[in-house]
Structures are given as structure tokens and as C-alpha cells.
Design a protein. Structure first.
Length: 124
């Protein structure tokens, strides 16, 4: 059996100039500011996409995501799907996510995050 481990990271600042939704892990958070970025700036899904890209060697966040943004596709689940397609026969066994923030409070949404990420990653 061959095992590969991927590591992904991402960060975005809050966008104080508009009323963009705050989306983390594909889950909407009740917060007056979203994160700055061309996409929905979902740092959790971007980190997962980067982790998969570190396994496959195929970069998604960059030219591919930028092209999708230019087409109006800003939902980070679409970028994650592209990365997952690159896995071919590889199977995801474990996912660990570390989130560092003072706001918003993550704990009220932990279960929703787990459910949505498991669904997106097909690890239910």
C-alpha cells in the first residue's frame, strides 16, 4: 500500500470595503464582512484544495481558479472538485483542519462544517 500526505494552507484578510458573505468550509457564517479575494475566499476549502494539489502536483488555485473567477464561478467547492478529480485512484483516509481566528466563533458551526466537508470530500 502506498500512502501520500498532503498539506494545504491559505489565508485571506477580511474585506471591509463590501458586504460579501463569509463562507468557511462551504458554510455561511453570520458576520458583517467576508474575506477579500476574487472567489468566495473560503480559506478552509482553499486549504483542502492546496493539500490535494500537494499530492497530485497539479495546481488548482492560480491559473485554473482565476479562469473560473473570470467566468463568474467564485464558489470554492468548484475548485475543490477539480482537485479531487486529479486524485484518480487515490482515496482520502483522514482530514485534519486547524483554524486560527478570533472572529467569527467557529464552535457553533463545527458540526455543519464536518458534515459539509465530509460530503464535499466524499468521506461520509
Amino acid at each position: 500500500m502506498s500512502i501520500k500526505t498532503g498539506l494545504g494552507q491559505d489565508s485571506h484578510a477580511f474585506d471591509v470595503t463590501n458586504s460579501k458573505l463569509l463562507i468557511l468550509g462551504g458554510v455561511e457564517f453570520d458576520h458583517p464582512q467576508g474575506l477579500r479575494g476574487n472567489s468566495d475566499a473560503d480559506v478552509i476549502l482553499h486549504s483542502l484544495t492546496n493539500a490535494i494539489s500537494s499530492i497530485t502536483g497539479k495546481n488548482i488555485l492560480g491559473a485554473k481558479a482565476d479562469a473560473l473567477c473570470q467566468q463568474g464561478i467564485t464558489d470554492s467547492t468548484e475548485y475543490l472538485k477539480l482537485a479531487l478529480n486529479d486524485l484518480d485512484d487515490w482515496h482520502i483516509e483522514h482530514i485534519a483542519i486547524s483554524i486560527e481566528c478570533l472572529i467569527p466563533k467557529i464552535s457553533p458551526k463545527i458540526e455543519a462544517l464536518k458534515v459539509n466537508i465530509a460530503k464535499l470530500m466524499n468521506t461520509q
